[in-house]
Design a binder for this molecule. Structure first.
Ligand SMILES: Cc1cc2nc3c(=O)[nH]c(=O)nc-3n(C[C@H](O)[C@H](O)[C@H](O)COP(=O)(O)OP(=O)(O)OC[C@H]3O[C@@H](n4cnc5c(N)ncnc54)[C@H](O)[C@@H]3O)c2cc1C
Length: 411
């Protein structure tokens, strides 16, 4: 028995390995890593890890003994090829590992900008612990930071840098921050929070080039001809799925490894999970790739249960969080297309309820964790109509209490 091989020792791969053992999988479980480190949590990299003195050991995904105790072999990669005919993963250095089932959990890599000057010293990106440690030490000596991209990671880095007293500008090509993932009321609240913290937001403006002297970045020139001086520039312009290994092995890919609703690739012996996977549902024609801890861990657990015999398709309500200084942002699903939204709460703490065809489809919460939790509980069980919510004055917590009390009464 060759067992299960998981390529990628991140959130998805490690969760799947742990769930295989928790579910009683008897065969070998092997996780192939590429970073040469004990697997660690990624979210703190743009938050706590940028503070002086934060200890990387505090953010290990599991203690080292966890892997030994559960007979999970962690081996150093990277995996460089998959021979599907022989059912073997080839590692750098020539070693081969056989599999009965292979799970690709290779994550994503930061999107690179094709911009003059982007290779200068002082231009950084953030995906790995090594990136975070390097960024932290650069921030310690930096006076002026320009962040390219007003997405989650860019805004989190902006907060961490302001906390250190660094002058921060964020350059965002769209006319609002987080425009790809949240509705305008939430973008406005996030922008107001950062402006109050002293962050300069340059919205609707594009970087034309990174300027420098003696090989080091000294600023960013925008397409409007404004020069933003900087001794540190961080790229926060999104990530692309790490699907090269899958594509080279002849698996179907399209901006990620294509999987069906059971998370199986075009080869039934190979699954893909987490940031690298695009779930395509032939029944609805939808294709979705998510980048979040919930998605990585839920898909990790699901794939383990499927290998152990589960036959139902994968289903989970997606949720996400971002901490930007004192601002706590939490999303249940992504608003995407909606035809109506209702804002419930005040300026400092509120939630945006998004509806499509009279049904609640997404909830965005700013400093409103109670509503976020209620939304997750509700959407896990049902899709509330707007009239059900109108009945409780759009109070999701009240509706969740009512629904859960109804369930207990039935039980
Ligand atoms: C700075 C930062 C902050 C974030 N903050 C949040 C947050 O607050 N909330 C949230 O929900 N999400 C957050 N995310 C997103 C979240 O971390 C990802 O969605 C999650 O890590 C995805 O897990 P994964 O296992 O799919 O990929 P990863 O965690 O990226 O793990 C993939 C691993 O596979 C390895 N790998 C790739 N190719 C190979 C190969 N050929 N051989 C062997 N190994 C390979 C990679 O080196 C990597 O270690 C953040 C991401 C970043 C970068």
């Amino acid at each position: 028995m060759s067992g299960v091989v998981l390529v990628g020792a991140g959130h998805a791969g490690v969760e799947a390995a742990a769930a295989l053992r928790a579910g009683g999988y008897p065969g070998p479980v092997t996780v192939v890593g590429a970073e040469g480190r004990t697997p660690y949590e990624r979210p703190p990299l743009s938050k706590e890890m940028l503070d002086d003195g934060a200890d990387p050991a505090a953010f290990s995904l599991r203690p080292e003994a966890f892997f030994d105790d559960r007979r999970i072999s962690l081996i150093a990669g990277p995996a460089v090829a998959v021979d599907r005919a022989r059912r073997v993963v080839e590692l750098a250095g020539g070693r081969c590992v056989g599999y009965d089932h292979l799970v690709l959990a290779t994550g994503a890599t930061p999107r690179r900008l094709d911009l003059p000057g982007v290779a200068l010293h002082g231009v950084a990106e953030l995906r790995t612990l090594d990136d975070a440690l390097a960024l932290r030490s650069s921030l310690a000596g930096a006076k002026r930071l320009v962040v390219l991209g007003g997405g989650f990671i860019g805004m989190e880095i902006a907060s961490a840098a302001r906390k250190r007293g660094v002058d921060v500008s964020v350059l965002e090509v769209n006319d609002r921050v987080l425009s790809r993932v949240v509705t305008p009321p939430v973008s406005d609240a996030v922008a107001a929070h950062h402006r109050a913290e002293g962050v300069r937001l340059c919205l609707g403006e594009r970087a034309a080039r990174v300027v420098g002297r003696d090989g080091r970045a000294t600023g960013v020139m925008t397409d409007r001809g404004t020069l933003l001086p900087a001794d540190l520039v961080v790229l926060g312009v999104g990530a692309t799925a790490e699907d090269g290994l899958a594509a080279a092995a002849g698996l179907a890919t399209d901006n990620g490894v294509l999987v069906d609703p059971w998370l199986t690739t075009s080869d039934p012996r190979i699954s893909a999970i987490g940031d690298c996977a695009v779930v395509r549902d032939p029944a609805t024609g939808t294709a979705r790739r998510l980048e979040s801890i919930q998605n990585a861990t839920d898909q990790g657990r699901y794939v383990a249960s499927r290998i152990l015999g589960e036959t139902r398709r994968y289903h989970a309500v997606p949720w996400f969080w971002s901490n930007q200084g004192s601002l706590k942002l939490q999303l249940v699903d992504v608003a995407g297309e909606h035809d109506r939204r209702v804002v419930s709460g005040g300026a400092a703490r509120f939630s945006v309820l998004c509806f499509r065809n009279g049904l609640l489809t997404a909830v965005e919460s700013v400093n409103d964790p109670g509503t976020h939790l209620a939304a997750r509980r509700l959407l896990d069980r049902m899709t509330p109509t707007e009239s059900e919510l109108l009945d409780v004055d759009y109070n999701l917590r009240a509706l969740a209490r009512r629904v859960i009390a109804g369930e207990s009464a039935v039980a």
